[in-house]
Design a protein around this ligand. Structure first.
Ligand code: HEC
Length: 253
């Protein structure tokens, strides 16, 4: 802002201030009324529709796959995008949002333009739209992905079409079932307490895998319930595991 602009601003400010109304009580009263209307609408909605609380909590579950609330989907998606680069995860999920916040905080220091009209501020406008589009896109993709633990493994060569479909279904079922809480599969999951499953297909036959899932040794939970409630899913899970014959060099490339 140069000297002339500054003087013009101060002149206009003095004029407007003269004909305006003081903040207290006018603006305060207006805000208070609006706040009360919003509160009343929320109360009315909660009386009419109630709040959905979801199923009762099961404190003993070991296979629960947590998902964030919708307004954190963009951060969650950022984490998911970075899962194949564990070293970058902190940078993506803490670094990038923090840098953006700091940038916003320092805005008055580096944006000294006196322009107020949005059409005369192309850089700010573009940056604002880009931010909204990025967050909207990440929120959307975070909302529509399946389980955050869904596996994406290289599909083994030489599968028939049906086997390939089973393989892809298995990647989703493993993610939903929480196996990665205890097992490492390829670059996914935790190393223990359960053994590595990356080449479980070379160790156990399908029958052995199925009986392990139904009658496991603690702490592994039994998946007999899944076999009962959706036999197809259970079968796909067993078939999928028996297709895992990766050796460690498939991952290190
Ligand atoms: C709470 C931890 C936990 C969870 C969750 C879990 N497991 Fe296990 N799993 C184990 C442990 C511990 C063992 C070793 C038990 C043993 O050897 O008797 C094991 C053993 C196995 C074995 C036998 C491995 C071998 O080499 O003999 C298979 C197969 C297996 N789990 C598959 C799965 C699948 C598939 C899921 C998800 C549907 C799953 N597990 C979920 C802990 C877990």
């Amino acid at each position: 802002m140069n000297q002339a602009e500054k003087e013009q601003y101060l002149r206009e400010y003095a004029l407007l201030k003269n004909e305006g109304k003081p903040f207290f009580p006018y603006a305060v009263a207006k805000d208070a009324i609006m706040a009360m209307i919003v509160m009343a609408v929320i109360m009315l909605l909660s009386l009419m529709f109630g709040a959905e609380l979801g199923p009762a909590v099961n404190p003993t579950t070991t296979t629960y796959v947590p998902r964030p609330d919708w307004y954190f989907f963009f951060l969650f998606e950022l984490l998911r995008v970075m899962r194949n680069a564990p070293k970058m995860t902190d940078l993506a999920t803490l670094g990038v949002p923090t840098l953006c916040m700091v940038g916003l905080f320092l805005l008055p220091l580096y944006d000294r333009s006196p322009e107020r009209l949005i059409t005369r501020r192309p850089v700010a406008l573009a940056a604002g739209i880009a931010t909204i589009v990025c967050i909207a896109y990440l929120t959307y993709s975070g909302a529509v992905v399946g389980s955050p633990n869904q596996l994406v493994l290289p599909v083994p060569a030489g599968l028939t079409k049906a086997q390939k479909a089973t393989f892809l279904a298995g990647e989703i079922i493993v993610g939903e079932s929480g196996c990665e809480g205890c097992h490492e599969i390829g670059t996914y999951g935790n190393n223990g307490p359960g053994p590595l499953l990356t080449h479980i297909g070379s160790i156990l036959r399908p029958g052995g895998i199925a009986s392990t899932l139904k009658n496991p040794t603690a702490p592994m939970p039994s998946f007999a319930g899944l076999a009962k409630s959706s036999p197809k899913k259970f079968d796909e899970l067993v078939q999928f595991l028996s297709m895992l014959h990766y050796n460690s060099s498939s991952w290190t490339g």
